[in-house]
Design a binder for this molecule. Structure first.
Ligand SMILES: Cc1ncc(COP(=O)(O)O)c(C=O)c1O
Length: 474
């Protein structure tokens, strides 16, 4: 049977063992290709993980600079968080979500109290499974608060997930193309992506310019979004990522969200922050919007809340938007929402974040790595831009003749070279896990373990150096 499958599915590339070959043949025959596994020609199988490393079947350590799209902020197999999960499995591993358990209540209270302290806003939390589902819940909240308005603003380059509702506010048409329209797609607004913005403007000037362009929509009813007579906008909310994620870890200028929020307040439009990837200290703050001095109406979170151990996500909203009168029992529900395994590990993660000075640690490490990336930019013409906030870092790869024309081909080769697992540093062989983002799919988006050591940061820079050397040669 296996032989037959092997014949049916030709698996290209260098496969290290018969067992791996068999597994890949089964995968090719029985797994849907609809996820992102087949973005690479030969899918990679990993077997074990610890700290900043993930290991393949040959035992080769791959230094992971993307940490499951920032779902594993606190390191693979983090002992404290793993133990929280093990404790829960021995006490209350399962309970239907129509009943309560201590961990859910304490977790919601910790998040709610953090918002009260930092933003002076009272609110509530609703949990769900997966980022896109929490985005869907947030859409219900903002539609409900605006008497059913279904139109949203979102950014060019923005990403909010791939359910039908979330992909309607995600910029890429690619995610909608095959499925028709289920809900209204967002009106997409320019984000201050300075490296590819108009020349001759500072980062701040460009941020200001983008806000002015947006504000222009409200100058007259004939720009299509605002009725000055009733002072009503046709749009309920603006969905933002503070740092654009799939857009290529684009960091906006610090004035940007303050200026944008002023326009939103002037025209009664809610601000929804999607912190699914940038939350939980990826940028050096628990909530990335804390860097920008504005208070959101809604925040959506997921991924690193459980360090990737359980697909728990959630939405926090101001009391006016989510109190039991406006969002009564049964407004939204999923069998696994607020499940005890997820909430137990999330509660432990929140306690760990409260007890540890992640802010200082992440900002220091971010500065160190960014300095290393700047050095690589000086040495390699294919590196057009580097930037970052905390440990969300970017390296934009370009054609060497002008260090500006985007090169998806070179970045694809970098990813492939990293996955070969044959990069030699100080007498040992390593692999490197890189991920690609960007408007032109030419940006290496770097999200290392927040616990990465100095030695591992130096190793990261050496591995990036070797990979850049390989792709620059040919
Ligand atoms: C900013 C942002 N929003 C939404 C999502 C969707 O989350 P999920 O993949 O858990 O549905 C992601 C996932 O990458 C994300 O990065």
């Amino acid at each position: 049977m296996l032989d037959k499958i092997r014949q049916l599915s030709a698996v290209p590339g260098d496969i290290s063992s018969d067992e791996e070959r068999d597994l890949l043949a089964l995968e090719a025959r029985y797994c849907s290709y609809g996820d992102t596994v087949h973005y690479t020609e030969v899918p990679k199988i990993f077997e074990r993980c610890e700290g900043s490393f993930i290991y393949d079947g040959t035992g080769t350590p791959f230094l992971d600079l993307q940490m499951w799209y920032s779902a594993v902020n606190f390191g693979y197999a983090n002992p404290r968080l793993n133990n929280a999960l093990k404790r829960q499995i021995d006490t209350l591993p399962q309970v239907a979500s129509q009943y309560l358990h201590r961990e859910k209540i304490e977790l919601a209270a910790m998040i709610g109290q953090d918002f009260e302290r930092k933003f002076g806003s009272k609110g509530r939390v609703h949990f769900n499974v997966g980022g896109a589902q929490a985005v869907e819940d947030s859409l219900k909240l903002v539609r409900n608060a605006s008497n059913g308005k279904s139109l949203m603003f979102a950014f060019e380059g923005g990403y909010h997930g791939r359910t039908l509702g979330a992909s309607a506010i995600t910029s890429s048409y690619r995610y909608r193309r095959r499925y028709g329209h289920f809900g209204d797609r967002a009106h997409f607004v320019q984000f201050p992506y300075h490296f590819r913005g108009p020349k001759g403007m500072s980062k701040e000037e460009y941020g200001h310019f983008c806000v002015q362009q947006f504000a222009r929509l409200f100058e007259t009813e004939y720009h299509g979004v605002w009725d000055p007579k009733t002072r009503q906008a046709e749009f309920a909310a603006f969905y933002v990522e503070t740092i654009q994620v799939t857009g290529g870890y684009v960091v906006p200028p610090m004035n940007f969200f303050r200026e944008l929020k002023k326009v939103l307040d002037d025209y009664g439009i809610l601000l929804v922050v999607d912190d699914i990837q940038m939350g939980f200290f990826r940028t050096g703050k628990l909530w990335s919007i804390e860097h920008f001095g504005v208070t959101p109406d809604v925040i959506v979170f997921g991924k690193a809340l459980t360090n990737g151990l359980n697909p728990l996500s959630g939405v926090w909203a101001r009391e006016e938007l989510i109190n039991p009168e406006v969002f009564p029992a049964g407004s939204t529900h999923s069998t696994f929402n607020a499940n005890p395994m997820g909430t137990a590990v999330a509660l432990e993660a929140m306690k760990m974040m409260a007890e540890t000075d992640y802010e200082t640690m992440v900002m220091e490490k971010g500065r160190y790595l960014l300095a290393g990336l700047q050095e690589l930019k000086r040495r390699y013409k294919v590196v057009g831009d580097v930037d970052g906030l905390g440990l969300a870092l970017r390296m934009e790869i370009c054609e060497p003749h002008d260090s500006f024309t985007p090169s998806k081909a070179i970045v694809d080769r970098m990813v492939d070279e990293g996955l070969k697992g044959n990069i030699e540093v100080d007498g040992s062989k390593y692999g490197l896990v890189l991920d690609i983002g960007g408007y032109h799919k030419n940006v290496v988006t770097l999200a290392p373990n927040l616990h990465i050591t100095k030695h591992e940061m130096d190793l990261s820079l050496k591995l990036l150096d070797r990979v850049l050397h390989r792709v620059s040669k040919t």
